[in-house]
Design a protein around this ligand. Structure first.
Ligand code: PGA
Length: 253
């Protein structure tokens, strides 16, 4: 069984609800019928209701950019799985490097959030990747393998059906620096081998592993051509319908 290709946008802290509605109405005809990949937009919490409404009946699915692991309680500023479910989100990004870097998230909290999101029935885009110093020190493989093991601790083979791993070298995010297709393929391969060691070959082969980090309309085809790269998580280029569509097209070629 080969892995499903997933092209996902990560809007980060961009777009208001009305802009989300406008964007999706523009994008809908541009990606209609392009069904060789799943198409997901992960949007700010407050945009989710408008985005879900605008995407109704289309091939665009809506996700959130994070979720808390507790059901409810005194966690000011956080949002629970039940809240996201009720507004119609189907996917959730967890462990994005900006969350790890600016908001103190660790492999432990990433693991807790992932477990809670899977238990609630979400598809999780689990992000991990090395920082520049780690790549330069030659320890990328160890770093991604360790993150894979820690972030997936306690998650069953059955739950892995709803996990997508997103390999994002931190030095490539929003910098215009992209991993070469060979680097992306190699490191996604290390992640797949780690998953195979935990869950067996069948789970590893069926696992969607995306690349993220300055993927755009120009470099997507080359990256997506690699055997271990089953899609992309796209930041900057997901804010422009033409660019995001070009990436969807590359996945449908
Ligand atoms: P970028 O962001 O495409 O703007 O580099 C990717 C991401 O952070 O998911």
């Amino acid at each position: 069984m080969s892995a499903r290709v997933v092209i996902a946008g990560n809007w980060k802290m961009n777009m208001t609800p009305s802009q989300a509605r406008q964007f999706i109405s523009e994008l809908t005809p541009m990606v209609a019928g392009k069904d060789k990949c799943d198409i997901v937009l992960c949007v700010p919490y407050v945009d989710i209701p408008a985005a879900v409404e605008a995407a109704k009946g289309t091939n665009i699915r809506i996700g959130a950019e994070n979720v808390h692991f507790e059901d409810k309680g005194a966690f000011t500023g956080e949002v629970s799985c039940a809240m996201l479910k009720e507004v119609g989100a189907e996917y959730v990004i967890i462990g994005h490097s900006e969350r790890r870097q600016y908001f103190g998230e660790t492999d432990e909290t990433v693991n807790l959030r992932t477990k809670a999101a899977l238990a609630a029935g979400f598809k999780v885009l689990l992000c991990l990747g090395e920082v520049k110093e780690q790549r330069l020190a030659g320890i990328t493989d160890e770093v991604v393998s360790m993150q894979t093991k820690l972030d997936l601790a306690g998650i069953s083979a059955e739950e892995m059906k709803n996990v997508i791993i997103t390999y994002e070298p931190v030095w490539a995010i929003g910098t215009g620096l992209t991993a070469t297709p060979e680097q992306a393929d190699e490191t996604c391969g290390v992640i797949r081998a780690t998953v195979a060691s935990l869950y067996g070959e069948e789970v590893a082969e069926a696992l969607t592993i995306q690349y993220g980090g300055s993927m755009n309309d120009k470099n997507a085809a080359e990256l997506l051509a690699k055997a271990n790269v089953n899609g992309g998580l796209i930041g900057g280029a997901s804010l422009i319908p033409e660019k995001f569509t070009a990436i969807v097209d590359a996945a449908n070629a």
